[in-house]
Design a binder for this molecule. Structure first.
Ligand code: ADP
Ligand code: MG
Length: 347
């Protein structure tokens, strides 16, 4: 039976743009102790602007942009849409492509008349056998230092240059995260495929408790699935820190009331750390994951509650238990409060 409390809660959410798929999602949300957020399109608007255009050797800026946009024509990633739009506004002709392949969290590869194109991260270049010349490494370091999301463009194994992009935070993001923390949610984590420097720039403006950068979609899903205990215990925190690795856990941002993971590791050395759950395991019941899709479907599916930002893809909307349209972050604290009230009334 659908309890009246659930119906009442859904009524209060009417007009907020929140779509809850089934009453059990609301019930599961009441048990959530952690929130994890994707960056691009979730904490940020996902309306990217072109940053620095850095062609190398004898490539022109237009040539670099055209090559990148050519490869990106069939990708729905915000970076791809930006590049295609910029090429269009400059009147650049794009060759047709075949053998297009999207590499989630990494970039795209495609074959065009001009040659084989690779557009994306340093890691993708490595995977595709493209060696970065020192000039490219220097360009990427400059983009990192200025907090820009960066990508490399290569044709037939040769790097043509690097491109930067900037995104703006959603205006409501900081307040929403602060409200979730006030509701006792820990951690409030940022999980991004982007570089650590960009993640840091974003997290300096937001009250997150931890940040993990350069995460592939599968790694986001693994992190989510590992958040299983209903209440964070010292052993749980220690295990999570060990799982996350030293360079990705930002201890300086832990809440003042939580002891450092290192301190816990020594004072609590009797209890073994919680081992990371196998990828084939269940859902991370304690965590809600908020993402905009494209690459986030695995994490959305593995979370206790998957919350999809509904503007983008149908993939995300299908993967989520909750879909948020409109000003997508704003209703989250109310949603958590309602879920807790609803469960209290039902029980
Ligand atoms: P986020 O976690 O911030 O949403 P993604 O996982 O979507 O980031 O992407 C991580 C990184 O992979 C991007 O910063 C970019 O460098 C690269 N990337 C992803 N998709 C593309 C694409 N279509 N074209 C070029 N680069 C891409
Ligand atoms: Mg994303």
């Amino acid at each position: 039976a659908t309890p009246a409390a659930v119906i009442a809660a859904l009524g209060r959410l009417a007009g907020t743009g929140v779509l809850i798929k089934g009453g059990s999602a609301l019930e599961r949300l009441a048990g959530v102790t952690a929130f994890a957020f994707d960056k691009t399109g979730t904490l940020t608007e996902g309306k990217l602007e072109l940053g620095d255009v850095i062609p190398l050797f004898d490539v022109t800026p237009e040539g670099l942009l055209a090559a990148a946009a050519t490869a990106e024509q069939r990708s729905e990633h915000p970076l791809a849409r930006l590049l295609v739009r910029e090429a269009g506004s400059r009147g650049l002709a794009l060759a047709t492509v075949d053998e297009f392949r999207a590499h989630p969290g990494a970039g795209v590869t495609a074959r065009a008349e001009g040659g084989a194109l690779v557009v994306g991260t340093r890691r993708l270049m490595e995977e595709q056998g493209v060696t970065l010349p020192p000039e490219a490494v220097a360009a990427l370091e400059r983009l990192d230092a200025s907090g820009q999301t960066s990508l490399v463009v290569a044709r037939d194994g040769v790097v043509l240059g690097a491109l930067g992009a900037r995104d703006t935070l959603r205006p409501e993001a900081a307040q929403v995260l602060a409200d979730l923390r006030a509701l006792g949610i820990r951690p409030v984590a940022l999980l991004t495929g982007d570089r650590a420097a960009v993640a840091r720039t974003v997290s300096e403006q937001l009250p997150v408790t931890e940040v993990h950068a350069e995460m592939l979609p599968a790694q986001k899903a693994e992190w989510v699935a590992a958040q299983k205990l209903p209440l964070p215990s010292p052993a749980f925190l220690t295990g999570r820190a060990a799982l996350a690795g030293r360079d990705t856990v930002r201890e300086e941002q832990r809440p003042a009331d939580a002891p450092a993971a290192d301190a816990l590791a020594t004072t609590d050395s009797q209890s073994p750390p919680v081992p990371p759950s196998p990828v084939s395991g269940g859902r991370g019941a304690a965590v809600a994951f908020v993402g905009d899709g494209i690459n986030d479907a695995p994490a959305l599916a593995r979370a206790g509650v998957g919350i999809a930002i509904g503007s983008g893809t149908d993939v995300a909307a299908e993967a989520g238990d909750v879909v948020m349209m409109g000003a997508p972050l704003a209703p989250l604290p109310l949603l958590v409060k309602l879920s807790r009230e609803t469960v209290r009334i039902i029980r």
